[in-house]
Design a protein around this ligand. Structure first.
Ligand SMILES: [Zn+2]
Ligand SMILES: [Zn+2]
Length: 99
């Protein structure tokens, strides 16, 4: 263990009523709307186009996993994001290069 890991969440908190904020160990901050996280679910079922859209995008439970995050949605579905995966989802100006 040496130095901050930019792919490791330091703090996870709710932002407003419908977004999740993640502070990273390198002091970067990301905000992920629930809907965005749900649509970005990396599991195989969600990668099938036919089940996308209309999915319940409200988390019932958010758990810190070792180096990542597990979100259980109201409809019982679970999304597991690795820290690196989550960091790559960040769409802030810094991470997208201002595009
Ligand atoms: Zn999924
Ligand atoms: Zn960012």
């Amino acid at each position: 263990m040496s130095g901050p890991d930019p792919h490791r969440p330091k703090e996870v908190r709710l932002v407003g009523r419908n977004a999740l904020g993640v502070d990273w160990q390198d002091h970067h901050g990301s905000i992920f709307p629930f809907e965005y996280l749900r649509s970005a679910c990396p599991c195989r079922a969600c990668r099938e186009p036919r089940v996308r859209g209309g999915a319940e995008a409200w988390p019932a439970e958010i758990t810190r996993e070792e180096g990542g995050l597990r979100i259980r949605w109201r409809d019982g579905h679970e999304s597991v994001f690795g820290g690196r995966q989550l960091r790559e989802l960040c769409r802030c100006v810094l991470c997208t290069g201002g595009r």
